[in-house]
Design a protein around this ligand. Structure first.
Ligand code: GLN
Length: 341
């Protein structure tokens, strides 16, 4: 970005180690939603979404392991892109869950988000997982319209979990697409119900491995006043991680431990393959794109879910599938519920 003439204004707030859906797991304090300061901006890249939503910058970067660009983009009324796995180099990005992580873009408009992606996409010898496929011109067809485009609408994304007002906005958006010439077709992604449990086994498992290096020796804070290697590890890891990180490390370590590995990690890997195959079948069936809500609700009040991790995890129900399948996703504003995007 710097080489292309970009101007960096600053770093933005986020959930610690990108674990969270509200930016409330930050040692710097919570970020507020620019449309209603009593509400969260979403997360984990909530600071970037809020900065674009408030008009401080036109675009910003974030990371998306299970929705952390798309969900805050939707809460803050901006565009958020999670590119295909491997599209953008992760060199310099702190690893959370390496098989899911991807750098994402926020833009005030689709065009600005696309420009940002255009600038950062491509192979990087310093990231072995970056793709060597040619980077297409993302702006080439930006005015082409949707005439003849087949838009799949997965039935599993429109259940009781979806807020009725969000559902209404989705239906209105689908009507606009239909009027503009798109072919709207109901499709099925039958393993969707397993996506959140699958993600919340795999992501903590990978995180517990990635965070093992934060032992106060080379990485992370080092607790003072300890007198043995074991004491440095224990005190540094106890004092250095916030509560959600401790929960993930414990969940992940349990899921990977001898005797439980097959029952949890092994089964989650199989479920992941089934979720990816669901998407494959839909593309083979002729869908060009899918239309889904980004989040089941608009931005929720600050503090509402901090004591209830499961309700926080359920905010990710519509976004984790793309990461599990490795496919790209974009969140675009479609309207508001009151003043909330
Ligand atoms: N909310 C999800 C989590 O807490 C996704 C986070 C992300 O995409 N970085 O893991």
């Amino acid at each position: 970005l710097l080489a292309a003439g970009g101007v960096v204004l600053g770093k933005t707030n986020m959930d610690e180690f990108a674990m969270g859906s509200s930016t409330e797991n930050s040692a710097f304090g919570a970020t507020r939603n620019p449309h209603d300061p009593t509400r969260v901006p979403g997360g984990s890249s909530g600071g970037s979404a809020a900065a674009v939503g408030a008009g401080i910058v036109r675009c910003a970067l974030g990371s998306d392991t299970g929705g952390s660009v798309r969900q805050p983009a939707s809460f803050c009324g901006v565009v958020g892109i999670k590119p295909t796995y491997g599209r953008v180099s992760r060199y310099g990005l702190v690893a959370f869950a390496s098989s899911l992580d991807q750098v994402g873009m926020f833009g005030a408009t689709v065009e600005e988000a696309a420009l940002l992606l255009q600038t950062v996409a491509g192979q990087d010898p310093r990231d072995a997982t970056s793709s060597n496929r040619e980077v297409p011109d993302y702006l080439e067809e930006i005015d082409a319209g949707v005439e003849g485009l087949t838009v799949g609408v997965p039935a599993e994304y429109f259940t009781e979990a979806l807020d009725p007002e969000v559902r209404k906005l989705c239906e209105e958006a689908l009507d606009r697409l239909r009027k503009a010439g798109a072919l709207i077709r109901e499709v099925s992604l039958p393993h969707t119900q397993y996506a959140v449990p699958t993600y919340y086994i795999l992501a903590p498992a990978e995180a517990s491995s990635n965070l093992a290096r934060y032992d106060g020796v080379r990485y992370g804070m080092r607790a003072p006043g300890t007198d043995s290697v074991a004491a440095v590890y224990e005190a540094s890891r106890t004092q250095g991680f916030g509560g959600e990180i401790v929960r993930r490390i414990m969940l992940g370590t349990f899921a990977l431990s001898a005797g439980y590995y097959e029952a949890y990690y092994g089964r989650a890997q199989k479920a992941r393959a089934l979720i990816a195959r669901d998407f494959q079948r839909v593309w083979e069936g002729g869908a060009d794109v899918l239309f889904t809500p980004t989040s089941p609700t608009p931005a929720f009040p600050l503090g509402e879910r901090t004591q209830d991790p499961v309700s926080m995890y359920l905010s990710d129900i519509y976004t984790v599938t793309a990461n599990l399948a490795g496919i790209p996703g974009i969140s675009v504003p479609i309207g508001s519920v009151g003043r909330l995007p």
